[in-house]
Design a protein around this ligand. Structure first.
Ligand code: GAR
Length: 202
């Protein structure tokens, strides 16, 4: 099975959706590690419930982003990680991670990229007055939410939507899309040519 590390900073509902889908069967993958930068993140409880090891680090204890990423890369190599899934990991990444894992590192973002990248994609869509937004899974490159797009789902913005109501519908889309994309990758169906991603038929 494909060995996955999930990077998360918060609740971990996407971790949960992926771990549930793997447990239910049909995805040839296993989550071997959770990488987290927040001691209070609920994802750590979820990982414990699945008896999945977590690596918790405190960014403040390191001189630079590169310095903690070197530790993370050592951990990933130690565990033989083949795919990184960023699911609500709220930190920018550097070349220390991107170089060894380009094409093997994906992120989920709560907007239809390239619209509304960066922080608060949901609030940005509401404030802009967008009528359609959604969620994107993409490969991670050196930029902020700029990497090649693997999959997207559209979600309509309804009148009176708040970050909470719209966010809940976007999360439903994420929870369905993320396990699907991981399955495609585990089945070797995803290829990358320049910035265009192709998903081959089974
Ligand atoms: C997800 O909605 C994800 O799209 C978003 O954080 C949430 C994490 O939720 N990611 C970003 O905003 C990245 N810039 P979760 O912890 O419940 O999976």
């Amino acid at each position: 099975p494909l060995k996955i590390a999930v990077f998360a900073s918060g609740s971990g509902s996407n971790f949960q959706a992926l771990a549930d889908a793997i447990r239910a069967g049909g995805i040839d993958a296993t989550i071997s590690l959770v990488v987290c930068d927040k001691p209070s993140a609920y994802v750590l409880e979820r990982a414990k419930a699945f008896e999945i090891e977590s690596y918790l680090f405190n960014p403040k204890e390191f001189a630079s982003r590169e310095a903690y990423e070197e530790q993370i890369v050592a951990k990933l190599q130690d565990k033989g990680i083949e795919l990184i899934v960023m699911a609500g990991y709220m930190r920018l990444v550097t070349n220390v991670l991107v170089e060894p894992y380009y094409g093997r590192m994906i992120n989920i973002h709560p907007a239809l990229l390239p619209a509304f990248p960066g922080m608060d994609g949901i609030g940005q869509a509401i404030a802009y007055g967008a009528k359609v937004t959604g969620a994107t899974v993409h490969f991670v490159d050196g930029g902020t939410d700029t990497g090649p797009i693997i999959a997207q789902r559209a979600v309509e913005v309804q009148e009176g939507d708040t970050k909470e109501t719209l966010g809940a519908r976007i999360q439903q889309a994420e929870h369905a899309m993320l396990p699907e994309v991981v399955k495609w990758i585990a089945d070797g169906r995803v290829s990358l040519s320049g910035r265009v991603v192709t998903v081959s038929q089974c």
